[in-house]
Ligand binder design. Structure first.
Ligand SMILES: [Zn+2]
Length: 521
């Protein structure tokens, strides 16, 4: 074993199903960046925080939360020792706003990272987890996702160890990842312009180089891992292929090698599309099951046939099973090393994924539950009993909770509160929760184009404003009773008129308040 790099070691096992192997810790390899790390004296008792984010992981498709298919048998088993949040919601509907909400404890109408590769605005940026957690915590971040990396790079000065994206990818067609990691947001924008963002480039020479690079890497990866990934390798966009096993091993190793106490934010790409699951999960849900169709709004695009939607859902579910198995393998590594005894392990997502109403994926207009209802599970140090929390919670609550756990003050800017079971303080009754989509809105102007979701008690109001194609160019509303109609089938707006008008007025007041800093006097 000695002398083998991690990648060579993984290659030597490429023909074997990983799930049956107990992978021994490696002495050499990619943890070299932490080689000089040392255990802080006297710091051993302060809890570490390891946050694992799986991208586009919808609670709607997780069997632990009641989904029809058994997608997460391991999460169900591990839940017996966890605090499980059943009604947890993302702040936005794709990576940029969702990640920014998680890391700043603010909604997209405050942080304003709503466009592709957008940034948290300067006034909010210092309000990030890496800065606010204790200064003697060792801060680590990694992500496969270029959109998440663009957000994280804005906080780079507060992070002790931030390896580039290609650190845990097998191949990477983005030149930026390798050549300009320190100037990531600017360089990746420039590269997208040159490369025309996966469309035919305006620069044929650059494009030809890119194509050769992609082809050579893809062929090499196919030779090594093709048997394990018959649908193709997982790809974190821009032809950056990776295997989840490598990232999981790195996280397990990090927990024993990083300086203590540490905060690690690890944002992994699966189960985000393309849904290229591992061989042992291919076709496990080829069961012919399809949920009943739902009606869509005429102003929604309906690009997908029911057949395609059903197939995509099944591939997604089979990809989740891979995530579930690999998370369990990480959990076992953490348990074996004793790390769980002094670590808060957090599993969550940046947003969900949806396969209904002619829509597959995430982003765009919808804020229906499948695209914003996400998992949240926390394993407290040494926890042995399961705790179920059914109170509705939001991604804005995660940062205040971490600050509370580490004895740090919670800044006024945070829009969340400490999660239930983490604090003895009385819970505010009827606390509202929000979801915000504003990709088409100018980041520096009041929100006049977007979708807003407002959760109050059992009800959810969705407001669409400013989009072309809205009926009569008027704001459009949907009102759902999530207790009687969790599938959001029956629009009660206009049926329960008083309730609809009340909620509409409350949401309007909240949006006016959020827009205030962006109004010109
Ligand atoms: Zn995402």
């Amino acid at each position: 074993m000695a002398g083998l790099s991690r990648r060579e070691f993984l290659l030597s096992m490429a023909a074997l199903p990983f799930v049956k192997l107990a992978i021994p810790p490696l002495a050499a390899g990619l943890s070299a960046g932490l080689a000089g790390a040392r255990q802080a004296e006297g710091g051993a008792k302060r809890p570490n925080i390891l946050m694992v984010v799986f991208d586009a992981f919808s609670a709607h498709n997780i069997s632990l939360y009641g989904y029809h298919r058994a997608t997460t048998p391991n999460l169900s088993r591990l839940a017996e020792r966890a605090t499980v949040f059943h009604q947890h919601y993302a702040g936005g509907n794709y990576t940029t706003p969702g990640t920014s909400t998680l890391l700043t404890g603010t909604y997209p109408w405050t942080h304003r990272a709503a466009q592709h590769f957008g940034h948290v605005r300067a006034a909010v940026a210092p309000n990030n987890a890496f800065n606010l957690l204790p200064s003697d915590y060792y801060k680590v971040a990694y992500t496969h996702n270029p959109l998440a990396l663009a957000v994280i790079m804005e906080f780079a000065r507060y992070i002790n160890y931030l390896p580039p994206r290609e650190f845990l990818t097998l191949s990477d067609a983005l030149w930026t990842d390798g050549l300009f990691p320190k100037d990531y947001p600017v360089a990746v924008h420039a590269e997208r312009v040159f490369d025309a963002d996966n469309r035919p480039s305006s620069d044929p020479f650059f494009r030809a180089l890119q194509v050769l690079k992609i082809r050579a890497a893809a062929q090499a990866n196919e030779r090594r891992y093709g048997e394990l990934f018959p649908r193709g390798l997982p790809d974190a966009t821009f032809n950056s292929e990776f295997i989840l096993e490598e990232a999981i091993d790195w996280v397990g190793e990090l927990s024993t090698t990083a300086d203590k106490p540490y905060f690690a934010y690890v944002h992994l790409f699966p189960p985000h599309a393309p849904y290229n699951t591992r061989a042992d999960f291919v076709d496990i849900f080829d069961d012919g099951w399809n949920p009943a169709e739902k009606e869509t709004q005429p102003f929604f695009s309906k690009d997908n046939s029911p057949e395609r939607t059903h197939r995509q859902r099944r591939l997604y579910d089979e990809f989740i099973a891979y995530v579930d198995a690999e998370f369990a393998r990480l959990f076992e590594q953490l348990e074996r090393s004793g790390a769980l005894e002094n670590t808060y392990l957090v599993l969550t997502s940046d947003h969900g994924e949806m396969f209904e109403r002619g829509f597959t994926g995430h982003g765009g207009l919808p804020l229906y539950d499948p695209v914003v209802h996400i998992p949240l599970m926390v394993w407290k140090p040494g926890q042995t009993q399961r705790v179920d929390v059914t109170e509705r919670t939001s991604a804005v609550d995660v940062l205040p909770t971490l600050l509370h756990l580490t004895g740090q003050p919670i800044p006024d800017m945070c829009e969340g509160i400490v999660l239930p079971t983490f604090s003895d303080a009385a819970r505010p009754a009827g606390r509202p929760i929000y979801g915000v989509e504003s990709m088409l809105n100018n980041a520096f102007s009041p929100i006049t184009v977007g979708t807003l979701a407002y959760f109050q008690d059992r009800y959810k109001l969705i407001q669409y404003i400013g989009y072309e194609d809205l009926p009569n160019n008027e704001p459009f509303f949907e009102l759902f009773d999530l207790e009687n109609d969790p599938d959001e089938r029956e629009n009660l707006f206009g049926v329960q008129k008083t309730l609809g008008d009340d909620l509409r007025a409350q949401l309007s007041q909240k949006v006016d308040q959020a827009n205030l800093p962006f109004r010109r006097s």
